[in-house]
Design a protein around this ligand. Structure first.
Ligand SMILES: C[S@@+](CC[C@H](N)C(=O)[O-])C[C@H]1O[C@@H](n2cnc3c(N)ncnc32)[C@H](O)[C@@H]1O
Length: 470
């Protein structure tokens, strides 16, 4: 059976059985240039996978040695040795050792691709490269160290976004950008509270974010609770006090999730609740040193337990982190488990209630992928086997047929401003569009009207979903 339109079959190298290529030509080119050096390292089955930065440095050193001018361009990125040594001496030592390892694995090239270049590249990669991950479940695919994209600075209120259209990287505007205006993308989640945004950027990129949003400190929607923190109910106050004791016993570093200055009793209680809410997120990102001892998990039980802390304490709105993160994880986890009805309900809540507030542009890449995933969930109900379930949902006000068609239209219309119709995702969407809608690129007027008329009822249905009982 072939792959869906837009996808390319890849074959693993028979030596290391790890690195995959789209064609014999690419494989032969890579072998000569760089793969013969890493292949023997990767082929040792007992050796853990090389960190992305080591592999990238090894490959770039070999290209540099072969006189590749684009690598010389990458050497202009500042390695900031002093800054890293000062702020994190342990990391500085670790990076120096790994850079040395990459140089050794690259067969100790000399002169311009020597050890100094290995150090410069390794440090610059770790300070500047962007993470590539799958959009829905955030599985790490690797890193991109692209001279154009990696020159773009971060803002927590970005005007552009970065897209990985395997194997191409590209930038897309998320709003009109005036001539001469600086382009900003986001390196990390920008709807986290101020302290989390600052800590995450500092840890990954070594800077204190000074963007226009961070200049306003912890005063925006991202940091506001439903009511003043002093009004936390006595019951949740008691639970927070227990958490404070438990977190102290486990020596958990709460700096990232601190509310205010963490000095008053109300602030300390909210910091403890916030840390508990963020626990699955922290575990997913392996912020291990923030959670020494037993790491919290990312199972459905853990996600729901954290969601309960936020929602039942009555302090979190659905749009304040970590709730959006927990709902996104539940959506992806239910989908991976094949639990269609729960995926549909969490997805509906996200699409109609959450996303319009946190990602107002329907073409924003994360929003678009989730919309597509929800449309695929909705279309499951068109299968004759699921007719009974579809009718039951319809009686409750959820028309899965029109939901699927409306979401498909939304993805189709927004693709050009995002991944593009010619992208791998575009190819998959186009196949479904042609099957369901036909050869025209515009949705028929009649269908548009049907969707417009049905949407308020679907929104109402989504508003009534209680995410804790899904
Ligand atoms: C991917 S690079 C961006 C390109 C960088 N400005 C340069 O020309 O080398 C990431 C680095 O840029 C700086 N940077 C990016 N966004 C920033 C921001 N919002 N505030 C402060 N520094 C930022 C930090 O030094 C960070 O480590």
């Amino acid at each position: 059976m072939g792959l869906p339109a837009g996808f390319t079959e890849v074959k693993a190298c028979t030596g290391c059985k790890t690195i995959k290529y789209c064609s014999k030509t690419c494989q032969a080119k890579a072998w000569k240039l760089e793969h013969k050096y890493e292949c023997k390292v990767l082929a040792v089955p007992t050796r853990p996978l090389l960190p992305h930065g080591v592999r990238a440095t090894l490959k770039l050193l070999r290209r540099l040695q072969a006189g590749d001018k684009t690598v010389t361009e990458l050497l202009r990125f500042e390695p900031k040795f002093d800054e890293i040594q000062k702020s994190d001496p342990e990391k500085y030592e670790e990076y120096s050792t790994l850079a040395y390892g990459a140089w050794k694995y690259a067969d100790e090239p000399d002169a311009q691709a020597g050890l100094e270049a290995a150090r410069r590249l390794f440090f610059a990669i770790n300070r500047n490269a962007l993470s590539l991950s799958t959009p829905l479940d955030d599985i790490s695919l690797g890193i991109a160290f692209d001279p154009l994209v990696c020159t773009v600075n971060h803002s927590c209120d970005p005007n552009a976004f970065f897209i990985f259209n395997c194997p191409k990287t590209m930038l897309r505007a998320s709003r009109p950008i005036a001539k001469g205006e600086e382009i900003f993308i986001k390196y990390r989640d920008v709807i986290n509270p101020f302290s989390v945004r600052q800590a995450e950027l500092k840890e990954a990129y070594y800077f204190d974010c000074a963007c226009s949003k961070c200049a306003k400190g912890a005063t925006l929607r991202e940091d506001v609770f439903v009511k003043p923190i002093e009004d936390l109910s006595p019951e949740w106050g008691r639970r927070a006090d227990e958490l404070i004791k438990r977190q102290a016993a486990r020596k958990i570093n709460l700096t990232w999730f601190r509310v205010g200055s963490n000095t008053s009793q109300a602030e300390r209680r909210m910091s403890a609740l916030q840390a508990e809410g963020f626990a699955p997120w922290a575990a997913g990102r392996q912020i291990v040193n923030k959670w020494p001892g037993s790491l919290p998990g990312t199972s459905i039980t853990d996600l729901k337990a954290s969601l309960r802390v936020c929602m039942e304490s009555g302090m979190w709105t659905i749009t304040r982190q970590p709730v959006p993160h927990l709902l996104h994880s539940l959506f992806a986890t239910y989908m991976a488990a094949g639990d269609v009805e729960r995926t549909l309900h969490i997805g509906l809540k996200k699409h109609f209630v959450l996303d319009p507030v946190i990602a107002p542009q329907p073409f924003w890449y994360e929003h678009l992928v989730d919309t597509w995933a929800l449309s695929q969930t909705a279309t499951t109900y068109s299968h004759p086997r699921n007719q009974g379930d579809a009718e039951r949902l319809l009686r409750k006000g959820c028309d899965t047929r029109i939901l699927f068609l409306g979401l498909l239209m939304e993805v189709w219309e927004n693709l050009p401003k995002s991944y593009g119709r010619e992208s791998p995702l575009g190819g998959v969407v186009e196949r479904v569009w042609r099957t369901c809608i036909g050869e025209m690129d515009e949705p028929p007027m009649e269908l548009k009207k049907q969707v417009r008329d049905a949407w308020p009822a679907l929104k109402g249905y989504a508003e009534r979903i209680d995410v804790l009982t899904v």
